[in-house]
Design a protein around this ligand. Sequence first.
Ligand code: GTP
Ligand code: MG
Length: 195
Amino acid sequence: MKITQAEFVISAAKRDQLPKDALPEIALAGRSNVGKSSLINRMINRRNLARTSSVPGKTQTLNYYRINEAFYFVDLPGYGYAKVSKAQRVQWGKLIEGYLLGREYLKLVLHVVDLRHPPTADDRMMADWLKHFDIPTAVVATKADKISKGRVPSHLKRIRQDLELASDTMLIPFSAETGQGREELWEYIQQSLMP
Ligand code: GTP
Ligand code: MG
C-alpha cells in the first residue's frame, strides 16, 4: 500500500462528533500502552502522527486518522489500565461498545496484544466480546522485536489458545520498531476494505 496522504481528523468523545463522510473504518483495540498508536504510525511510516506515550491510559477518545482519502484508522482508548476510576471505566465501556456495535462503517477491528506475554484477563474478555458479536477481527501481536525470533512461534501458539481464536482468524506478529508484519497486515487490511 502506497501512502499518499495521512492526516489526523478528530478526537471524538461523543457519537455526534464522528465523521460523516462514510469512509470505511479500521479500528484498533487493545490494552493501554500495548502499542496501538505506534502501530498506526508504523503502518503509515510517520513517526508521530498518532500520539504515543510511555504513560498508559493517555488516549481517552476515538482518534480518527484519514488515510489516502480512502479509509480511517480509528485509535480506540486502551483498556485494562489499573489507575482509572470506576466511573471512567464505565464511560470507556459505553463509548467502545456503542462504537463497535453501532458503527456501520466499521470494517475490521485490529485487536492488538503484546507478543511477549500471555494475554491478560482483559485481553480474553475483549476477544470473547468481539467473537460474541461477530465483529470481523484480526489479532496483531506487537513488540515482536522484544523477544528472540526462536520464541515467536510458541508465543503465537499461546495467544491463539488463550484467546480461543478460530483457526481462520488472522494472527500477525508485528513490530512498530522494525516494521515486521507491516506488509502482511496491509494485505489483510486491503482485503477487508474491498467492497
Ligand atoms: P494508549 O494510547 O495509552 O492506550 O497506548 P498505545 O496502545 O497507543 O501504546 P503506544 O503506541 O503509545 O506505545 C506505548 C509504548 O510502547 C511506547 O513507549 C512505544 O514506544 C512502545 N512500543 C510500541 N510498539 C512497540 C514495538 O513494536 N516495539 C517496541 N520495542 N516498543 C514499542
Ligand atoms: Mg495510544
